[in-house]
Design a protein around this ligand. Sequence first.
Ligand code: SER
Length: 588
Amino acid sequence: MESLNLREKYINFFESKGHKQIPSAPVVPENDPSVLFNTAGMQPLVPYLLGEPHPYGKRLCDYQKCMRTNDLDEVGDVTHHTFFEMLGNWSLGDYFKKESITWSFEFLTKVLEIPLERLAVTVFKGNDIVSPDNESASIWKELGINEKRIKYLGEDDNWWPNMESTGPCGPDTEIFYFRSEDEIPEEFDTSDDRWVEIWNNVFMQYNHNEDGTFTELPQKNVDTGMGVERVTALLEGQTDNYTSSIWYDIIKTIEKVANLQYVGHEKEMRIIADHIRSAVFISADPAGIKPSNTDQGYILRRLIRRAIRYAKKLDIDINSDWEQQIALTIIEKNKKYYKELEENRDVVLEVLKTEKVKFNRTLEKGLKEFEKIIGKVNGKVLDKDNAFRLYDTFGFPIELTVELAKEMGIEVDVNGFKEKFKAHQELSRAGAKEKFKGGLASTGEVETQYHTATHLLNAALKVVVGPQVHQKGSNITHERMRFDFSCDHKLTDEEKQKAQDLVNEWIDKGYDVTKEEMKKEDAIKSGAECMFIERYPDIVTVYKIGDVSSELCGGPHVSNTSQIPHIKIKKEEAVSAGVRRIKAVFAE
Ligand code: SER
């Protein structure tokens, strides 16, 4: 299939308009522990939208790895994906509405050659903070968009991300494409789902503060986002995203390993394709996520196990190398855009295989449990609690329980199970929501203090344990900091005490925190600490704390260590072979 090459076209176009391409940030955020995954292209750019100068300048563009897991159960239809790529271009206090809208229009109509009559737009109708966006509307009109195709909508539709999340935000204008072969109505009806949103241009000019107020940002930014999967499918004339060039080869491989056609098995194949693709990207990410029962590791585990369950439905021989074949297709297709896929190929394949073996073992245990339970069934019905236990503890899909019970002439209380399942799901959704809430820019004062404290802890561990200690990750919430570092032994009580004392001593000394932009190679030569060297652009920001610490970092930080409360190490534990984790809080 001829591919649209949307990414190349997009980047070339914005480079021709003075933008610099920035590399995709990891899908697991490096310095923003308030979210599990990047959910939008702008997320790694929050410090720069807030005013920090970006080493690449004021006009940026990229394609960014994103993950949204809140509607995992929707995957299986024609549009939903967990992992996706977002194209974006940004003005960091440089151009504004006129250029942004004009270039979007030019890209769509000239580069992608979308006929004008297939386009429609929405603009913000105004609220207490900002007046109706007549400016955007008149720019669209001048470009040739008919007035009947320009609709004014309110906060629910044209304010990004929404009125609740804290962080940078603002009114937006959204661009829609008429995807049907039907006659195109002259008037744009926003409730007609043949009009599909393809691009979102946000005029990020406000910060939503934690106290609920909105203040103007020091600069007026533009943040745009376009989903690669959706737009590729639309422009290739596919109503099912999974038949576009983004997915085509992956589906072909699944057809081959299943020895079945896509037609008739769409749902199963879409789920397998989506989930394995997400698992490949998560496990290839530099953060080194492995399947586990918490955070990103849990999502990874669920994705792999769900893919296996659907593979079983297609009667794929689970013990064959089916998942490796699918993963290899995904790696081949994408490695030119994301070189970590090639670099971490063996890790990815191992993660999939190991988790598959583990899940198979769990299933075996589940079968034993099933036999025990079924032996005790009173009458003819397996109750909802046991059915749920088989699902929850043994990963037994309800369909499997029903099937096995049926062979023994026993029914399952499926409705009861579904109720329990729903209650459970709502609970875990609520949990996930908590995690994502306020996630965009949780760079409040406390988080900033903790962030600087992690730099001090990193430096202190180098003194106490040795210079071979390096940061392997960090995670900060309002309540605590977590710091992962390379170290071949469990820290002794004395080492912990010494590291804590040293950090607190440096806090008391009141060192200035300064930052400097320099060439990456000079930064490395100067001995600055750095976690993922290949992730940084050629010009980097180095934060120095007195003369005790020097690290490549995007900030933000306090300006003097005296602004940080004393820390207290609460826990030190192993994360994986050779990696330890410290949890610390601010002392009362
Ligand atoms: N941040 C906006 C979005 O995710 C535009 O990039 O849609």
